[in-house]
Design a protein around this ligand. Structure first.
Ligand code: GRF
Length: 178
């Protein structure tokens, strides 16, 4: 039973849905996240920081809601906030994230731009377990692609996302089978 957290466009959420994985809940830190619209009939909810006293209170409420929906595995699919122990302790070793670089290189929110700036020849996508750090948990799977001389942040991110949309459902399916 999978819960997905997403803050943006939600193409990775869509890939999980297309793979017919058992997504039972979708949550976001943004009420206006386009990802929430992809949930369709699946229960969805927004947990905006401004509605809570602090991050721990918001994360506790979000974890509680996901538990209520029966979630056992949480997938971060473009979720932009760090998770506090108030959340992570409710789902031990059961939170995964997808990131657009070959971690541990280029963690953080601007990974694609930073890779181009650094002039790397190779990029890719990583799926990893989530801890309190910035994209710092143990790596579960990676796939590489070549960076082209004429790549822009948009074209490179687009090709990385094509990898993510294959890699993330595969890893999540393996975790569900455990
Ligand atoms: C993806 O590139 C993911 O790796 C990163 O945020 C992006 C989310 O895209 N963490 P989307 O919202 O799934 O389209």
């Amino acid at each position: 039973m999978i819960g997905v957290l997403a803050s943006g466009t939600g193409t990775n959420l869509q890939a999980l849905l297309d793979a017919q994985l058992p997504v039972v809940a979708v949550a976001s830190n943004r009420r206006d996240a386009p990802a929430l619209e992809r949930a369709g009939a699946i229960p969805s909810a927004a947990f905006e920081l401004a509605d809570y006293g602090d991050r721990a209170a918001r994360d506790a409420a979000m974890a509680e809601w996901l538990h209520t929906q029966g979630v056992r595995l949480v997938v971060l699919a473009g979720y932009t906030h760090l998770l506090t122990p108030a959340f992570l302790d409710r789902f031990p070793n059961a939170v995964v994230n997808v990131h657009p670089s070959l971690l541990p290189r280029f963690p953080g929110a601007h990974a694609v731009e930073e890779q181009l700036k650094a002039g790397v020849r190779e990029s890719g996508a990583t799926v990893h377990l989530v801890d309190e750090g910035v994209d710092s948990g143990p790596v579960l799977a990676q796939e590489r692609i070549e960076v082209r001389a004429d790549d822009t942040a948009e074209t490179l991110h687009e090709r990385i996302k094509e990898i993510e949309h294959r890699l993330l459902p595969r890893v999540v399916e393996e975790l569900c089978a455990r």
